[in-house]
Design a protein around this ligand. Structure first.
Ligand SMILES: Cc1cc2nc3c(=O)[nH]c(=O)nc-3n(C[C@H](O)[C@H](O)[C@H](O)COP(=O)(O)O)c2cc1C
Ligand code: SF4
Length: 357
């Protein structure tokens, strides 16, 4: 039985970001005593045809610059040049694909990431990011359009040379809401039973695989424990997602200090690589989580935003040079909620983070 809760009707932009922010406040940053042994972080991983040079993922982070602008490309080039193995481009609304986002306009972005030795994926958002939609008011036709839009976006990405796509199914946003019994009040095939609440996510993955083909990596970002649903529910959902073609599970708990512990059950139960994210910017803890088999990949978000060279510096054991994220959430989330270009308070006078607009 799921515990009933008040539906806060989270808007898809500011309010949901606030939720992410509140969750993030619970994370802790450690790592004052780093050890030189981090080989688990730098062991390569092959997923489908894609070779990842190491286990470090730059997770999707909205930066409020058009992703195909020169600034946007420079932003992502910087993340790739810092040594991450996989760079996931920020949440991007599927309605943009086929319009301003085409294979031609996206290719320079994919090329820039590849030129720096990283693989490129992009997170796909079901509607224009920053707009809202009430899942209970969506018509069948609108849901069909969302599913079709995912297929179209994935095809455009494939043609642009992007290696993977990631439906954003986490953090209380629209796809995640379909999974939540407290939010989803639909009485059609997309709401009601557990299977029906999984239906949209599964259809999205099925459509992506059907449209973009076998060479496209499919990641899926999911929050393992959320409003009205349990870890066990999520494990069942993940099994379905993998059966439809998901290659990598991006488990974004948005809560808990030892977050890799929440990725671990997915790694144990599912036959695909699992990303752990949230406060994974301590190289010791990241290496330990990998070594202990809690996850296959670690995503370092604000740590890379703060110092994109984190992977190179860890690899070269230049630990003292790492500009550490201090968990202040000012330049990153702070700017985002104010509608300003995302930045980091530590960039000022920082020679390793010259990307300042
Ligand atoms: C500025 C900013 C923008 C973000 N945008 C997204 C996003 O587009 N999609 C998403 O799933 N998560 C987003 N996140 C969450 C990050 O991907 C990541 O899960 C979170 O920052 C926790 O990891 P960390 O502790 O390593 O920063 C964002 C985070 C930040 C700081
Ligand atoms: S502004 Fe910089 S230091 Fe502060 S939380 Fe964001 S990334 Fe970390």
């Amino acid at each position: 039985m799921h515990e009933a809760r008040v539906d806060l009707k989270i808007g898809l932009n500011r309010a949901a970001l606030r939720v992410e922010y509140l969750y993030l406040k619970e994370t802790t940053i450690t790592g004052d005593e780093m050890k030189p042994q981090h080989s688990d972080i730098f062991s390569p991983l092959k997923v489908r045809h894609v070779e990842l040079r190491n286990r470090i993922v730059a997770p999707p982070m909205v930066q409020l610059r058009p992703i195909t602008s020169s600034d946007g490309i420079a932003w992502y080039r910087r993340l790739a040049a810092g040594g991450a193995g996989l760079v996931i481009i920020e949440a991007t609304g599927i309605p943009h694909f086929g319009n301003e986002l085409t294979a031609e306009t996206l290719k320079p972005l994919a090329d820039a990431i590849h030129a720096e030795g990283a693989a490129a994926a992009i997170q796909l958002f079901p509607i224009v990011f920053g707009t809202t939609a009430d899942l209970n008011e969506l018509t069948s036709e609108q849901i069909r359009d969302i599913v079709a839009g995912y297929g179209n976006a994935a095809t455009v990405c494939r043609d642009a040379g992007i290696d993977g796509v990631e439906p954003h199914g986490a953090h209380g946003y629209l796809l995640n809401q379909f999974f939540m019994p407290d939010r989803n009040g639909r009485t059609d095939e997309y709401g009601g039973s557990f299977a029906d609440r999984c239906e949209l996510g599964l259809e999205v993955v099925e459509r992506i695989r059907g449209s973009a083909g076998d060479d496209m990596l499919i990641l899926y970002r999911h929050t393992p424990v959320g409003e009205g649903y349990t870890l066990e529910d999520s494990l069942d959902y993940a099994e379905g997602l993998v059966a439809e073609g998901v290659d990598v599970l991006d488990i974004s708990p948005a809560r808990a200090a030892t977050v890799a512990d929440l990725a671990a059950p997915f790694k144990k139960q599912l036959p695909v690589p699992v990303i752990a994210v949230n406060g994974m910017n301590d190289p010791d803890a990241a290496a330990e989580a990998l070594r202990n088999g809690l996850c296959d990949l670690v995503a370092v978000g604000r740590g890379l935003l703060c110092d994109a060279e984190w992977p190179n510096k860890v690899r070269e054991e230049r630990f003292a040079e790492i500009v550490k994220c201090t968990d202040c959430n000012q330049g990153c989330f702070g700017n985002l909620t104010k509608g300003q270009h995302v930045a980091c308070v530590h960039w000022k006078d920082d020679p390793v983070a010259p990307f300042v607009v």
